[in-house]
Write a protein that binds this ligand. Structure first.
Ligand code: FES
Ligand code: FES
Length: 125
């Protein structure tokens, strides 16, 4: 049911944890099931230097977040914003239809973290 890539990212997730002085943090939850996803960004200039995630979600949520962090590291914020949940699922070789919403969690948290970064920058000005 799951591709090898999904299993790989699930059993050996990349970039799990927290960034202490993250300048962008995004948290999203799924009200229906209570699953939560948090993404931390360390942005310098316009580039994502570091990214970590924490999730209270299922295996597909772990795999998609892990994949998202790998996809955005070293990217500019604008490039990262273009990454959709479908792109994440595709990079993993696909997800079972019942698990597509789990990749929403990862992409939404990423977008929320970028928004948070922009808001924090505006406050500084
Ligand atoms: Fe909660 Fe999938 S059941 S995000
Ligand atoms: Fe809840 Fe996947 S994150 S089912």
């Amino acid at each position: 049911m799951y591709t090898e890539k999904v299993m790989d990212h699930f059993t050996n997730p990349r970039n799990v944890g927290e960034i202490e002085n993250a300048n962008g943090v995004g948290e999203v939850g799924n009200a229906k099931c209570g699953d939560i996803m948090r993404i931390y960004l360390d942005v310098e200039g316009d580039v994502i230097k570091d990214v970590k995630f924490k999730t209270f979600g299922c295996g597909a949520a772990v795999a998609t977040s892990s994949m998202v962090t790998e996809m955005v590291k070293g990217k500019t914020l604008d490039e990262a914003l273009e990454i959709s949940n479908a792109a994440v699922a595709e990079a993993l070789g696909g997800l079972p239809p019942a698990k597509m919403h789990c990749s929403n969690l990862a992409a939404d948290a990423l977008h929320a973290a970028i928004k948070d970064y922009h808001e924090k920058q505006e406050k500084k000005e």
